[in-house]
Design a protein around this ligand. Structure first.
Ligand code: Z5A
Length: 214
């Protein structure tokens, strides 16, 4: 396929959303046709699933139900949005993809790793990122940032179902992401996200420049 599929991953408050925006601006300045999207989301179905999964709905969602909801959002996103954008030769910057499911649902929730991998293979519809930037930092620091941001939002718009999990859950997710990075060092580049926005931006720019040959 003609385009480039790049994903941004990390624990809560790692700053990946801030950096994806800055990366998009940088690549557009360099003349690349950039398309930014996120998971869960990116389609009307994905946005509805996002509301169910991230807000406090007042009802239980089991780990098994959760993984299939993320997968349903991904299947729609992959077919309706990501593949067509890649076919047009765009650079897709996607805020989370299959690595998030492996890290959160397998390592975090404790669902069987091989079963989650199989669900991801099916939901991603044959697509996989060529480059992944993993924003890594101690979970305490990330959660501090995330809660500061959440506190600034209206009660009804607080997407905090995951942030309210215990510290061990978040530590397992970080370890899961680092394991993926160790397994696939060619694809996954670890970015030290504990630094300020500007230092992180410079590193992200260097990785993207080298990958895209800017
Ligand atoms: N999830 C899952 O379980 N399984 C899946 O398959 C998928 C997702 C796809 C939604 O993800 C949730 O769904 C997520 C995992 C789960 N868990 N939660 N929550 P999301 O990506 O939409 O939500 P998020 O992880 O919370 O991301 P976020 O809210 O967009 O945060 P972020 O991208 O890590 O950081 P940010 O928004 O750029 O920054 C957070 C705050 O920190 C903000 O106020 C910034 O101004 C500030 N910030 C950013 N960078 C810095 C630095 N360098 N220093 C200081 N302050 C900073």
């Amino acid at each position: 396929m003609a385009g480039w599929f790049i994903t941004f991953e990390g624990v809560e408050g790692s700053g990946k959303t801030t950096q994806i925006r800055l990366a998009g601006e940088f690549l557009r300045e360099k003349g690349f046709p950039v398309f930014m999207t996120q998971e869960p989301g990116g389609t009307p179905l994905g946005e509805r699933i996002r509301e169910i999964l991230l807000n406090r709905g007042g009802f239980d969602i089991s780990g098994e139900a959760e993984v299939f909801l993320f997968a349903a959002a991904r299947a729609q996103h992959a077919d309706a949005v990501i593949r067509p954008a890649l076919e047009k030769g765009q650079v897709i910057l996607c805020d989370r993809f299959s690595d998030a499911t492996i890290a959160y649902q397998a390592y975090g929730r404790g669902l069987p790793l091989e079963a989650v991998r199989e669900i991801c293979r099916s939901a991603s519809r044959g697509l996989s990122p060529r480059l992944t930037l993993l924003f890594d930092l101690p979970v305490e620091k990330g959660l501090e940032r995330a809660f500061l941001r959440i506190a600034g939002r209206e009660e009804a718009n607080r997407e905090d179902r995951f942030e309210r999990e215990n510290l061990d859950f978040h530590r397992r997710i970080r370890e899961g992401y680092l394991t993926i990075a160790r397994e696939e060092p060619g694809r996954v580049k670890i970015v030290d996200a504990s630094r300020d926005i500007e230092s992180t931006r410079i590193e992200v720019r260097a990785i993207l420049s080298s990958f895209l040959g800017v």
